[in-house]
Design a protein around this ligand. Structure first.
Ligand code: FDM
Ligand code: MG
Length: 212
């Protein structure tokens, strides 16, 4: 049906909350329900900018803190034409991390405030729904250890959790908190229901602009 757009659905949350697993399952479930749906992730490590980011995360190169922040943002902006085209053609996008990760992670470093961190991402396509997967540190610990990437330490992740909480105070964003300590099926079912409602609500609305 011409004119009906897809929804932009973002998954955020701490490491080991199950974002990637849930994102994959959500795409499949929405497809089965007859919605044209595709998955995306940020950082998108395959582009030239994404390769710089990947090498930073893997500690193979060192980048100045402002510089890496701007590269993460640029890595989103370079996908914006494609994102808008897909949404307008009726495709729903399920995105594993977005600008909220960008702000939560950089603002957890010394001498970065939330306001500065948000600026490069102001005006990005606004998610119709942001699903925050909340998991206690105890449950996260039962899901295995961290990998070897740069932000994967308990002390840094605790700071990130506080920044996410600050971002969730912003009621201009459609946050939905989901208890990701539950079993995979329960979490999946909730994400699916919230997503179907968001798809229905978004279909005749213009694409919004984030943080404007
Ligand atoms: N990350 C991710 C940022 O610091 N800024 C961003 O804008 C984004 C999208 O990169 F530590 C961090 C968050 C995480 C790492 O890891 C990416 P995954 O495991 O590939 O999601
Ligand atoms: Mg990770």
């Amino acid at each position: 049906m011409a004119g009906l757009r897809g929804a932009l659905i973002v998954l955020e949350g701490a490491d080991r909350a199950g974002k990637s697993t849930q994102a994959r399952r959500l795409v499949e479930a929405l497809k089965e329900r007859g919605y044209r749906t595709e998955g995306l992730r940020f950082p998108e490590r395959t582009t030239e900018i994404g390769q710089l980011i990947g090498s930073y995360l893997e500690k193979k190169s060192n980048l100045e803190d402002h510089t890496i922040h701007l590269l993460f943002s640029a890595n989103r902006w370079e996908q914006v034409p494609m994102i808008k085209e897909k949404l307008r053609s009726g495709i729903t996008l399920v995105v594993d991390r977005y600008a909220f990760s960008g702000v939560a992670f950089t603002s957890s470093k010394e001498n970065f405030d939330l306001h500065w961190c948000k600026q490069p991402d102001v005006g990005l396509p606004k998610p119709d729904l942001v699903l925050f997967l909340k998991v206690s540190p105890e449950v996260a610990a039962t899901r295995g250890g961290f990998g070897n990437e740069i932000y994967e330490t308990n002390s840094f992740q605790e700071k990130v959790a506080k920044r996410y909480a600050q971002l969730m105070d912003d009621k201009t964003v459609n946050w939905k908190l989901v208890d990701a300590s539950q079993d995979i099926e329960n979490v999946h079912r909730q994400l699916k229901e919230l997503s179907e409602k968001a798809i229905d609500d978004a279909k005749d609305q213009p694409i919004g602009k984030l943080w404007e």
